[in-house]
Design a protein around this ligand. Structure first.
Ligand SMILES: Cc1ncc(COP(=O)(O)O)c(C=O)c1O
Length: 403
């Protein structure tokens, strides 16, 4: 039985102070994404402790950071030694920034990227013979052996070979000396919304034992999925044999992906989006005139609540995802947004003033889009943790791996 409280205290203590450097990545007066590296490090530290207790290796999925060095450094400061991303561009950016950690490529590699995959990724996830053969040839050209994890499709219907085809794939891979199968894995909840369970993870372990028998050696990694596996881990119900998890969502947002409830001991405030109020006016809640398709191809519907105090902040659909954006003040309601304007109902929360900064808690979609928006500045809260002075503009600096 885990002593949860003790682990939390120890995780907080061990995180310790981080070196002090302030990072302002791009300046924009209107909208800003604040990133608290200390809280992120503490989340990593706790997850790492929970995983270690059960003999599970934690892989930190940093893809929502879009290659931002400070996110990776906070994860490493939290004690997790292996990072994962779905994009080679991000892995290349992190390496160019001097982030020195083994990197897992999560998205199945395109054969045309095989050389870069072998050069940049320590492990890649795979399900297709042709892509693996391309990696094998690239590895031979580079005088290396590339490590691969085979993905098995166990119900979510995204990537992975179906279990019945796994033996055939493994047999075909045996002669390929440029690659070594070091693990097998599966992913749940991302397409079909399928929950990670004892049943589907036990099937993964059964597949792993079968692959080991065919290859004649023990697999290093049996990778039982993503944040969706954490509830099982916390209940101590992860099937024996699962020895790795790849976690992004819960590490970054501190929440249970199935319920969106905070996970005990994890911080939910690593990220905060802030934008300035640029209009405050009392207006009727219903549009006036003939209502047709809006700019995004939808016919909008509004409830008649009479005149309301409405605010506009300088944030729009170009910058974030409305569906997963929550005002920090629960009395503020989101009415809607167009490309550049986010409309709020401020009737219950006032008084407000023009220029005031309204704070939002981003969900995963809102976070990724804000991270990607060049119009949203990214600012590390004190103390910031970067090896080098941060670049003046973010995101999308030149991709280093396409050379
Ligand atoms: C293959 C794979 N593993 C793990 C993850 C991490 O998932 P989550 O962010 O839900 O923990 C993802 C998605 O980011 C993924 O595509």
């Amino acid at each position: 039985m885990l002593c949860y409280r003790r682990l939390i205290h120890r995780a907080r203590r061990e995180t310790g102070p981080l070196p002090s450097l302030t990072g302002i990545i791009a300046m924009n007066p209107s909208a800003c994404l604040h990133i608290d590296q200390q809280l992120l490090s503490e989340n990593v530290r706790l997850l790492q402790a929970l995983c270690q207790r059960q003999g599970v290796e934690l892989i930190a999925v940093v893809k929502a950071g879009c290659g931002l060095e400070g996110i990776a450094r906070a994860v490493l400061a939290g004690g997790c030694g292996m990072l994962a991303d779905s994009r080679l561009d991000n892995i290349g950016r992190l390496q160019q920034a001097g982030v020195d950690a083994p990197m897992v490529l999560l998205r199945l590699p395109s054969p045309s990227h095989a050389d870069a995959v072998v050069r940049l990724a320590d492990i890649s996830l795979n399900s297709e013979y042709d892509a693996i053969e391309a990696l094998h040839l690239a590895a031979l050209r580079q005088g290396r052996v590339h490590r691969i994890m085979l993905m098995v499709e166990l119900g979510d219907r995204r990537e992975g070979v179906v279990p019945a085809q796994l033996p055939t794939l493994v047999e075909r891979l045996r002669p390929l000396g440029g690659v070594r199968v070091v693990g097998i894995g599966s992913n749940f909840g991302c397409l079909g919304g399928v929950r990670t369970t004892v049943t589907n993870l036990s099937e993964l372990v059964r597949c792993a034992r079968d692959v080991e028998a065919r290859l004649g050696y023990r697999l290093e990694h049996v990778s039982g999925g993503n944040s969706g596996a954490l509830p099982l881990l916390l209940q101590g119900r992860l099937p024996a044999g699962i020895n790795q998890l790849r976690v992004g969502f819960s590490m970054l947002l501190g929440r249970n992906p199935y319920t969106d409830e905070p996970l005990p001991g994890l911080h939910t405030g690593v990220f905060e989006l802030e934008a300035e109020l640029i209009e405050i006016q009392t207006k009727p809640s219903l549009p006036e005139g003939e209502v047709v398709l809006d700019a995004f191809g939808q016919v909008p519907h509004f409830e008649d609540r009479g005149p309301r105090i409405r605010g506009i902040v300088g944030l729009g659909r170009l910058d974030t995802d409305l569906a997963t954006l929550r005002p920090a003040d629960p009395r503020i309601e989101v009415i809607g947004a167009s490309s550049d304007h986010l409309i709020l109902d401020l009737t219950r929360s006032g008084p407000h003033r023009i220029g005031e900064r309204i704070r939002f808690v981003p969900g995963y979609g809102a976070l990724v889009q804000a991270m990607l928006s060049p119009y949203v500045c990214k600012q590390f809260r004190q103390p910031a943790l970067t090896a080098e002075p941060v670049p003046a503009r973010w995101p999308l600096p030149a991709s280093p791996w396409r050379r």
